[in-house]
Design a protein around this ligand. Sequence first.
Ligand code: SF4
Length: 320
Amino acid sequence: MDIYYKYSDYLKNKFNEKVYKLPINLPITCPNRNGCISFGGCTYCGEDAAGFECLPSSLSVKEQILKNKEYIEKKYKAKKFIAYFQNYTNTFLPLEDFKKYISEVNLPYIVDVSISTRPDCINENYLDFLKDFKYKTGINITIELGLQTSNYHTLKKINRGHSLAEYIFSANMIKRYNFELCTHVILNLPWDTQLDTKETAKIISAVYSDHVKLHALYILKNTKMAEQYINKEFEMLPMEEYITRAILFLEYLSPNISIQRLIGRAPKEKSLFVNWNTSWWKIKENIEKKMGQLNTYQGKKFDYLNGSALKSFNHNEPIK
Ligand code: SF4
C-alpha cells in the first residue's frame, strides 16, 4: 500500500497514461494587488506571484501551450496534457475575456483545464460557462483554490483578503458543478500551530476537495513578509517541524484526496529564505522516510466525519 495518494497515480488511472501540466500565464492581476481588496497583496506574494516557471504573458495562450508542449513532448514522449492557468487570479477578468482564453485550449491533446484562483473570485457565471465548455469538449475541469490555512486569524495576518467562509462556500459550489477541486496550503505559517494543521486537513476533507498542493513558506525579496523577517517579527519554524506537520496533515486527510505536491520551491536568487537551503526532493524523501519509520499513512486519523461519535454509541445501554 502506498503511504499517500500521489497525483501522478490519480492521473494515470483517469487518463490511462502519464499527463503533464502546461503552465499558462495570462496578462491579468489579482484583486488583492490592484486595489479591489488591497494594494499590498498577500504578505508573502512577490511581483511574479506564482509564475516563476511561466513564459511571458505577452505570448498568446496557444503560443505558450505549443512552446511548453514541444519541450515536454520531446523530453518525456508525452501525449496528453493539462492546460494550467497558473499565475495570479485567473477568474479575476471580464467573463467574455475568460471565455476567450479558456476556449483557446480546446485542443485534441488537452485532457484537463486547471484554473487557479481565489475563493472570493468565483461565481456561477464563470462556472456555468465551464460546465458548457466541459459538455461540448469533454475536457475535464479542475479549479485550484488558495486557502493556505484554516486559521482565519492567520489569514488576516498574511493579508489574504478573505477568510475561511469564502473557501467553504466556493468549494461547495465547485463540487455542486461536478468539477474537481484542488486546495493549496502553506503548512508552516509562523502563527499557526499543529492544531491548525489538523483542522485544515479536516476542513479540506469535509468539503471533498479532490487534490491538495502543500507548500513550505518561502520569503521572497521585496515583500511585506521579507520586511517582517528582517525585523525578526517572526521566526521560521525548523524543517523538522515542517516534516512533522506534513505527516500530521496527511494522517488527518481523507485517503481519497490526491497529493499534487508535498513541498513547493522558489528561485534562490529571488528569496531570502527557501526550504531551509535544502532541495525540495530531499525534504519530500525525508517526509516519506519518516512516515515509513512511524508506520503511518494518509488517512490514518480520518475518522471524524459522518457522525463519528455515533460509532461508540451503544444503542442497548440507557442514556446516563
Ligand atoms: S491571491 Fe495570489 S496573486 Fe493575489 S496577492 Fe495573494 S498570492 Fe499573490
